[in-house]
Design a binder for this molecule. Structure first.
Ligand code: FES
Length: 200
């Protein structure tokens, strides 16, 4: 996704986020408030519809008494910060080897054919943005897509399309495995250690 800085609306924290920011800052020693730059940027991004405008970055810099350029350096280092508006549902599609071997190409094709978007693009209605991501750390349930803060796992073209249809209608299906298993247990239930032994 382009890292060009965009301007937006005037920005300042809500009263709740001012308090939250102070709580983060209080975790660090006196005079080390700059250590709270990451959680404050995260607060700002969540308040600003999941992206950081120039105004939001400048506000965080002033809040922490940091030079703007130093905050900008942090923002551009981490891929979780968005420097332009994104869709209501931010799809981070894992493209690393386990997910690729388990069908991430099929999920990318659904985004292309059903939503009409490729990596870094947003649908015209502002509902979905696609970003190709590196390993999301849930390989055992590959392939995986992170949608906003939640992981949707064990996806295939069919259940991913059904998931997108529900999101488009305003429903938010349960996150986690999208097949018949609990967490990372075998599909259909346990296959080993089926009998309980007497406790000593
Ligand atoms: S490779 Fe996709 S979660 Fe690790």
């Amino acid at each position: 996704m382009s890292q060009a800085i965009k301007t937006g609306k005037a920005f300042e924290f809500t009263p709740e986020n001012v308090e939250a920011a102070k709580t983060f800052i209080a975790k660090y020693p006196e005079g080390r408030q700059q250590s709270a730059v990451l959680p404050l940027l995260d607060l700002a991004q969540r308040q600003n519809e999941n992206w950081l405008s120039r105004e939001a970055i400048e506000y965080v810099a002033r809040f922490l008494d940091m030079p703007y350029i130093r905050v900008f350096e942090v923002v551009t280092f981490y891929t979780m910060f968005n420097l332009k508006p994104v869709g209501k549902y931010y799809l981070q599609l894992c493209r690393t080897t386990p997910c690729w071997l388990r069908g991430s190409d099929d999920l990318e094709a659904v985004c292309r054919n059903k939503l009409g978007i490729s990596n870094g693009e947003t649908t015209a209605d502002g509902m979905f943005t696609l970003l190709e991501a590196e390993c999301l750390g849930a390989c055992v349930n590959a392939p995986v897509i992170q949608i906003n803060d939640d992981y949707y796992e064990d996806l295939n073209a069919e259940n991913f399309e059904a998931l997108l249809d529900k999101l488009a209608k305003g429903e938010v299906p349960p996150a986690g495995p999208q097949i018949d298993r609990i967490n990372s247990a075998p599909e259909g239930g346990p296959t080993t250690l089926l009998e309980k032994t007497e406790e000593a």
